[in-house]
Each structure stands twice: as structure tokens, then as C-alpha cells.
Ligand binder design. Structure first.
Ligand SMILES: Cc1cc2nc3c(=O)[nH]c(=O)nc-3n(C[C@H](O)[C@H](O)[C@H](O)COP(=O)(O)OP(=O)(O)OC[C@H]3O[C@@H](n4cnc5c(N)ncnc54)[C@H](O)[C@@H]3O)c2cc1C
Length: 393
């Protein structure tokens, strides 16, 4: 039994049925469709694995997961493109961080090259930068389409996807687990919790104190108007701040031809708060009274204020974008849908970086599956099934 019909839940179901074709699988998803949250609001990048600490779960599973995702797309006729990406250093102060990313890329076996301004101008004629890393193997895909295909495949193999079914309770018993949902109880051997923005709550339902709490951060985007799309050919990313690797606006060409610009990162007032006015008092109170959040906010309030300022001022957002593309103007941009990221925060205010998969009795909790979890999903599914297999083999 799997809770959550995002890409991690569906990939896990698919991997499980490949290995145990005779077993029954039920996926409970609280929304009326699959991929309704993080998976359906992401940037559609097939990440190469260049950023991640060598040996980490992210590094290992992003590489293998990307290959598996490309093969899956080939087999099922899902369009994807290896369009390549540049990570640029705008000035001298960013060169050492850029160098460290390049070293990580080498250590992780990513095909990448350090390039100067002339080559950068050939690849991305409108981008600024005194040096850059070119990653030819980075790609783009539509993860919603991947999920629709995964859902079809697992249904054909006998799985049941129960939509509009919210998990509301979990009772672990000696020889089974009873999963209470808004559409009735399901009795299973094992439960896999892949509920993304709600994974800490479902972990707690199973009688386990989660290692980290999920605090939702909204990422707001603009998109280039069609007449300005030629400013960005593929993927243009900044050199990330090692303290906040997920911050920093970038340009992403989508598989449908649009170009997404952003995001900032601001506290969302609801776990699924895609608009500024979306407020859920329970979610907001939990975030604001969580010691881990307060510690993080005390340490990094300046960075947080900058992100919030960009949320209210299009001019400030454009200024941040213009570091990468100096020609960009406010009139090139239309507002685009936001995404909400499940940020796992530990009580000491640290951002949990790596994927987190832990078994507690009859429940396997995916406690942290941030980017590049969409790229890596087929491999994360495999890791979860390895844990389940200890029960079945
Ligand atoms: C703005 C943004 C951009 C990103 N860009 C990229 C990218 O370009 N490339 C990449 O690889 N990764 C990217 N990511 C990360 C990636 O999208 C996520 O890591 C991935 O989608 C996580 O998948 P998931 O299945 O764990 O979570 P989700 O997609 O959030 O799925 C969880 C599901 O569980 C359901 N659920 C929750 N609670 C319950 C309950 N109680 N009962 C039943 N169902 C429940 C939800 O409705 C949801 O459908 C991005 C993320 C964001 C937010």
C-alpha cells in the first residue's frame, strides 16, 4: 500500500510490481488526479547530478535515476530532450564555488566542461558570465506526462489507484498495517509513505516521531513572453551559494517551448499555498512555532527578507534575473504558476539535504525527497523496494 500519487509513489509502485508481479498494490492519493503537487508544479529538468555531495543518496540516485528516466521515456514515447545547461560565474567572487561544483561533477561522473566567455556566448548568446560549466547531458521532460504513463502502467499490472482518498490514520499491528482513509480502511502488509508535503504528518500517524518537520516554501516564477524566448536557448543557472544551494533564480526552457524564470523562496502560509493569499492556520502555526524554523529564521533572516522582497517587487525580481541575462526587462515577463517545496527542517534549524528513507516496523517513510527527486524517482522507487523486499523474499 502506497500513500501519495506523486512521482515517488508511482515510481515505487511501478518498481514494486516489476519485482513482485503477483502482489497487490493500492495507491491512495488525496487529490482527484495524480501529480497534483510538487511533481506537477516542478521545472521539468532532468538533473545531471553535478551539485550533490559525492557518495550521497542524491548523487548516486540522480545519475542512475536520470538514465532510467530517459530509458523509460524512450520506451513509452514520452518526449524529452538532452538540451544542456550552463552554470555561470558572474564575477571573480563566484569562481571558487564554480570550481568546487566542477570538481563535484567530475567526482560524480557527470559529463561537464569548464568554459570561458567565448564558448558561453556561442551556447547562450545573451547570458552574462566570466566563466561557466557546460553540462551537455542535462535535459528537460514533462513529469506530469511521466506520471500519467506510470499510472497507466501500474493499473495495467493490476494496481488500484484510489483518487480523492486521504490517509487519516495508520495503525501498525503485529501482522498487518491498517491504513484509515477518507474512503475507508485498507489492510496491508506494508505501507510506503510518499506524501511529500505531508510526509512528516503521515510518519507521525504511524507512531513514529519524524526526524525533520516539513516547512513549505513557495517558489514564485515568471515566464518569458513568446517574443522574448530567444533570450534563453536552454538552461541558464547561477553559481549556487553553498549555504543555500536551492536559492538563486535561473532560466529553464520547458519541453513545451516556454521559458520559466525564477524562483524565489518564501515561507508558504499553507502546505499547498500556491498563492500569496492561501492561508491554512494549522500549517502556518506549525511552521511559526517550530523551533527548527525559528532557529533557521534567526540565522538567515537577511536572506529571507531578500526573497520576500522579490515576492512583492517585480522590479527586484527582474534585477535578480538580469544578473544572468542583462538584457531582460520587466515587459519581457508574464507571471507564471508557483510551486511549493517540502523543505525538511531539523530541530536545530538545519535544512535536511539528502534523501531520507527509513523503515519503522510495517511503514517505510520517504521523509525527504526534494529536487532532484523527480529525476531520481525511478531509482528512489528501487531503493524503497529493496527495503520492502527484506519482508517478501
Ligand atoms: C518548484 C519546484 C521545482 C522543481 N524542479 C525540479 C526539477 O526540475 N527536476 C527535479 O528532478 N525535481 C524538481 N523538483 C523536485 C521534485 O518535483 C520533487 O522532489 C518530487 O516531485 C517529489 O515527489 P513526491 O512524489 O515525493 O511528492 P509530491 O509530488 O508532492 O506527491 C505527494 C503526493 O502525496 C499526496 N498526499 C499528501 N498527503 C496525503 C495523504 N494524507 N493521503 C493521501 N495522499 C496524500 C499529495 O496529494 C501528492 O500528490 C522541484 C520541486 C519544486 C517544488
Amino acid at each position: 500500500m502506497i500513500a501519495g500519487g506523486g512521482i515517488v509513489g508511482l515510481a515505487t509502485a511501478s518498481r514494486f510490481l516489476e519485482r513482485f508481479p503477483d502482489r497487490r498494490v493500492v495507491v491512495l492519493e488525496k487529490e482527484g488526479e495524480v501529480a497534483a503537487h510538487q511533481t506537477g508544479h516542478n521545472s521539468g529538468v532532468l538533473h545531471s547530478g553535478i551539485y550533490y555531495k559525492p557518495g550521497s543518496l542524491k548523487a548516486r540516485n540522480c545519475r542512475a535515476g536520470k538514465l532510467a528516466m530517459e530509458t523509460f521515456c524512450d520506451e513509452h514515447g514520452i518526449p524529452f530532450e538532452r538540451c544542456g545547461k550552463v552554470i555561470v560565474a558572474i564575477d571573480e567572487s563566484e569562481l571558487s564555488a564554480l570550481g568546487r561544483i566542477y570538481e563535484r561533477g567530475q567526482a560524480n561522473g557527470v559529463e561537464c566542461e569548464l568554459i570561458g566567455p567565448e564558448r558561453l556566448a556561442e551556447l547562450e548568446p545573451h547570458a552574462a558570465g566570466i566563466r561557466a560549466i557546460h553540462v551537455p547531458e542535462s535535459g528537460i521532460v514533462d513529469y506530469r506526462e511521466v506520471c500519467r504513463t506510470l499510472a497507466e502502467l501500474i493499473t495495467l499490472r493490476g494496481a488500484e489507484i484510489r483518487l480523492s482518498s486521504r490517509v487519516i490514520g495508520v495503525r501498525q499491528q503485529a501482522d498487518e498495517v491498517v491504513v484509515e482513509s477518507t474512503t475507508g480502511d485498507v489492510i496491508a502488509d506494508m505501507l510506503v509513505n510518499c506524501t511529500g508535503l505531508h510526509c512528516d504528518r503521515v510518519t507521525r500517524m504511524g507512531g513514529v516521531k519524524p526526524e525533520a518537520k516539513i516547512v513549505p516554501f513557495r517558489g514564485e516564477y515568471f515566464e518569458l513572453k513568446p517574443e522574448a524566448r530567444s533570450l534563453c536557448r536552454n538552461l541558464i543557472y547561477p553559481t549556487p551559494d553553498p549555504k543555500f544551494p536551492f536559492l538563486g533564480v535561473h532560466f529553464t526552457r520547458m519541453i513545451d517551448g516556454g521559458v520559466e524564470c525564477g524562483p524565489n523562496a518564501v515561507l508558504a502560509f499553507a502546505r499547498e499555498g500556491y498563492r500569496k493569499r492561501d492561508i491554512n492556520l494549522r500549517d502556518l502555526c506549525e511552521s511559526l512555532t517550530y523551533v527548527g524554523f525559528l532557529r533557521m529564521a534567526a540565522r538567515h533572516w537577511r536572506t529571507g527578507m531578500g526573497e520576500m522582497w522579490r515576492s512583492f517587487s517585480k522590479r527586484a525580481f527582474v534585477k535578480a534575473l538580469s544578473r544572468l541575462l542583462p538584457e531582460i526587462r520587466s515587459e519581457h515577463l508574464d507571471a507564471a504558476p508557483a510551486g511549493v517545496r517540502a523543505q525538511a527542517l531539523s530541530t536545530d534549524g538545519r535544512l535536511v539535504d539528502d534523501f531520507l528513507i527509513q523503515a519503522h516496523g510495517r511503514v517505510v517513510n520517504v521523509g525527504n525527497a526534494p529536487s532532484p527527486a523527480a529525476t531520481a524517482s525511478l531509482n528512489i522507487g528501487r531503493l524503497v523496494v529493496d527495503v520492502l523486499a527484506e519482508r517478501y523474499e
